[in-house]
Design a protein around this ligand. Sequence first.
Ligand code: SDX
Length: 427
Amino acid sequence: MQKDTITLTNNQTGKTYEYNILEGSRGPSVIDIRTFFADTGMFTYDPGYTSTASCESQITFIDGGKGELRYRGVAIEDLANNHSYLETCFLLLNGHLPSKEELLKLDLEIRHRAYLHRGLNSLFDAFPDNAHPMATLSAAVTALASFYNEHLDMENEEEYLEMAHRIISKIPTIAAFAYRHSLGIPFIEPDIDLSFTKNFLTMMRAYPGGKMHLCDKGHEDIKEVEVRALDTIFTLHADHEQNASTTVVRGVASTGAHPYVAIASGISALWGRAHGGANESVIAQLEYIGSVDKVEAFIEKAKDPDDAFRLMGFGHRVYKNFDPRAQILKKLQDELREELGLDSELMAIARKIEEIALSDEYFISRNLYPNIDFYTGIILTALQIPKSMFTPIFVIGRTVGWITQWIEFKKDETSKIARPRQLYTGK
Ligand code: SDX
């Protein structure tokens, strides 16, 4: 692990300090500055943590320059094209892809755990109809902590994996109930005969009694192409290293609070439009721009340093050439165009934004490219999923990543409570 050392000289005092350079299996090495304050009486300063590694991890690897993303060493392209979301959940939690038997066992457990305690249903009534589903989702996940508050033995793998499977299976039910509450229509209970993703779409879209849309061809079922598209979207969102919401989850893990309130905190952090809320904002922005001929004017607004307007779905802290997830979604969008009748007007506006922004010096010089959120919204719109449910969809995909990172934190003996310091400039 230790590769070499680095010597720092304080030119004010002439004193020098030596620190170990730690090398990982891939990616940038780190300078181990854990004794820096004790040695120098000074703090390092890095708001937004642009140059800071907050932990050691073996879950997800990102190479921003190459546009590479791997879960437990498996490339995202392989997972999105050749494996299901549940296989990806097993991979993240266990470190390898499942055998057929392991996958069947996980699938059956997830189907049986999808039901909510009856007591939770009344929680939704406390919210106004127009409550954003992210508010209800975060509150309901916090409430889960009171239904499952037995002590968790982190030495007992079966116990903490059960805790993880439970939250992965219940999040789609809570998200679907939150949506149906916002419409004032009865909830559709989970159906153990349906796969994870088809079950969610059914709880979202079915009529009371579980029947799908009635048309002249009889009861129109959910199309397999829709299930596959949404399953791929879940896989692409499953984890993403130490992003803002995962940092929050690890922060709550470090205080010793219940794992489900750590997930609820991650849901709240993801809601922001700079993070997971961007997918909803992308569609709202395309609708606001309204037509292809208005795109140029909005691009100028996005470039104006005095204008707070930003191009939603563009830019990323880590990816500086392209977001591999966006590339996969762009291909999926093209494949689905006919089958799902993607919204041509919104797509035309999105294509125009892409065409202009990708050739404009402002975006090129700042390495601003479409990120995962730029394409998700158009596909979800075609799946008849309303904008308000885009970030809850992100939550469904990311819950496995958050809970895997939570487990890794809790099993790391060197973990400490998160407690950064500050540069004080007050009175
Ligand atoms: C996700 O971290 C993750 O992994 C997140 C995520 C995950 O899977 O968990 O990948 C999911 O959150 C994707 C990002 C979704 N957010 C958006 O699409 C919102 C729009 N994007 C921006 O808010 C921004 O690009 C961020 C937040 C994504 C990244 O911000 P950074 O890395 O802190 O970059 P910055 O704010 O320092 O900007 C650098 C420059 C600035 O200009 P200058 O001051 O140099 O003149 O680029 C400009 C910014 O003004 N800029 C933009 C812009 N994004 C950055 N200008 C116009 N439009 C934009 N979208």
